[in-house]
Design a protein. Structure first.
Length: 185
């Protein structure tokens, strides 16, 4: 991950931001990402892979790491298109090939999408999730690709002045309060 991306993420503390590898493994995240979507540090790197989370069978490990609407046909198709672009860029990457083979072996839907030609991908858009503190929250989701480094910066923001912005702020405040030490006096 380039140092510039690391610096950006460290300064975006009030925004849910995650940085993904070209194979969609979550590399780093802000504290707001963890507050909104669950703490990725509690998961193994394999469990932090969005492709596995979307196409493999769900596990019974509690709250999913990617609970937003990742099951729509449009999102899945866009994710596979992005993976095919990555595969074309790195045809000899053994780790990437192993991920594709694993998901191919576990998901008929993935196999069908992989074999279907598609022209483009749109991974961002509007997402909806259910948070344990605030209930349903609708957010704008942007995916920014960093040229020459093949990382994706994923952000979630709310429309200014909306009830969703208030909910996101509540999540931020609640997360801040749970991480502060209790005073003894």
């Amino acid at each position: 991950m380039p140092p510039g991306v690391q610096r950006l993420v460290s300064r975006w503390g009030n925004i849910p931001v995650g940085v993904f590898s070209a194979s969609w493994t979550l590399l780093t995240w802000t504290s707001m990402w963890a507050a909104l979507l669950g703490d990725p540090a509690l998961r193994s790197p394999e469990e932090r892979n969005l492709v596995r989370a979307v196409f493999n069978e769900p596990s019974d490990t509690g709250r999913p790491l990617f609970p937003v609407e990742q099951s729509t046909p449009e999102f899945k198709a866009a994710l596979v298109v992005d993976l095919r672009i990555t595969h074309e860029a790195y045809p000899r990457d053994e780790g990437f090939r192993m991920l594709i083979d694993e998901v191919m072996g576990n998901s008929e839907e993935f196999r069908e999408l992989w074999s279907t030609p598609a022209l483009g991908s749109r991974l961002g858009g509007h997402k909806r999730l259910r948070h344990p503190l605030v209930g349903e929250i609708r957010l704008d989701n942007d995916v920014l690709k960093v040229p020459d480094h093949d990382v994706r910066i994923v952000t979630y923001t709310a429309e200014p002045g909306s009830s969703d912005e208030e909910k996101l702020e509540y999540v931020r405040i609640a997360a801040t309060r749970t991480t502060l030490p209790l005073s003894s006096g």
